[in-house]
Design a protein around this ligand. Structure first.
Ligand code: CO8
Length: 260
């Protein structure tokens, strides 16, 4: 099939695994985001599912973040629709009642990092080539306030401020040290570790864990919801600017050149 995300539910444990499978780099296109949201909604509403592990089938890349092609040379209507889908993904994942674990088996810049940050726990594979972070500033764009809030909630204000201003992509040991990832494991241990972590979190009564999760995240979720339309308008205005379009196309050129 042409599905971009594989979903498997283990009914005995109540844990689903979502595997991103959208070559070459699991970029978050409108189609990908739509499929992601539908899959999340299905699992959320399935009483047999209480936990979710998110990982990638693509070697070296967890997710390359938002698909830059969706933000280049398109109509304002398209930008608005795309941005609403990005918001929807975050609202569903950050606000999920399930126990969510990111099993990060490759690089995870920008929107890819946001997905990981929106989970309850992050486990990353130790590999000197992998990087993770909110590198928006390096592209000449600015991480939206709710990306920032999600980041601050994970690592604290000072660490987030430095990392965001410099648009840092952190190595795995560094990401671990600043608390951006909770745990680092060799590749062959990733799956078992993720399963063990979900089991640990699922050992608590669901209602207590869910209400606690909501207590920790509600302010940030509510703030985004209250400013959702304004945030779409901001994105559309910002991304439509000639100077921003230029920065993005230069960045795409740089990505393509880096290869040869
Ligand atoms: N979108 C679209 N295409 C991409 C993206 C992307 N995010 N990332 C990579 N590609 C393309 C490359 O151009 C390349 O295309 P081609 O084969 O035609 O040359 C192909 O995918 C493969 O890429 P690489 O050769 O670079 O693959 P590697 O395995 O060497 O590296 C990486 C993988 C590390 C993921 C690398 O591709 C990379 O660093 N990509 C850029 C990631 C990035 O900076 N993403 C940021 C996106 S912006 C975002 O997510 C949040 C924006 C918030 C909005 C701000 C409000 C204004």
């Amino acid at each position: 099939s042409n599905k971009k995300i594989l979903v498997e539910l283990d009914t005995s444990s109540g844990v689903a695994t979502m595997k991103f499978k959208s070559p070459p780099v699991n970029s978050l296109s409108l189609d990908f985001l739509t499929e992601f949201c539908i899959s999340l909604e299905k699992l959320e509403n399935d009483r047999a599912c209480r936990g979710l592990i998110i990982t990638s089938t693509i070697p070296r890349v967890f997710s390359s973040g938002l698909d830059i092609m969706e933000m280049c040379g398109k109509s304002t209507e398209h930008y608005a629709e795309f941005w609403r889908a990005v918001q929807e993904m975050w609202l569903r994942l950050y606000g999920s009642n399930m126990v969510t674990v990111a099993a990060i088996n490759g690089s995870s810049p920008a929107g890819g990092c946001l997905i990981a940050l929106s989970c309850d726990y992050r486990i990353m594979v130790e590999n000197p080539k992998y990087v993770i972070g909110l590198n928006e500033a390096q592209l000449g764009i600015v991480a939206p306030f709710w990306f920032k809030d999600t980041f601050v909630n994970a690592v604290g204000h000072r660490v987030a401020e430095r990392s965001l201003q410099l648009g840092l992509l952190h190595s795995v040991p560094e990401a671990h040290q600043i608390g951006l990832v909770d745990e680092v494991v060799p590749e062959e241990k990733l799956q078992d570790k993720a399963v063990a972590v979900v089991a640990q979190w699922l050992a608590l009564p669901d209602h207590a864990r869910q209400l606690t999760k909501s207590m920790m995240r509600k302010a940030v979720l509510d703030h985004m919801l209250a400013h959702r339309e304004e945030d779409i308008q901001n994105f559309v205005n910002f991304i439509s600017k000639d100077s921003i379009q230029k920065s993005l196309s230069m960045y795409m050129e740089m990505l393509k050149k880096k290869k040869s």
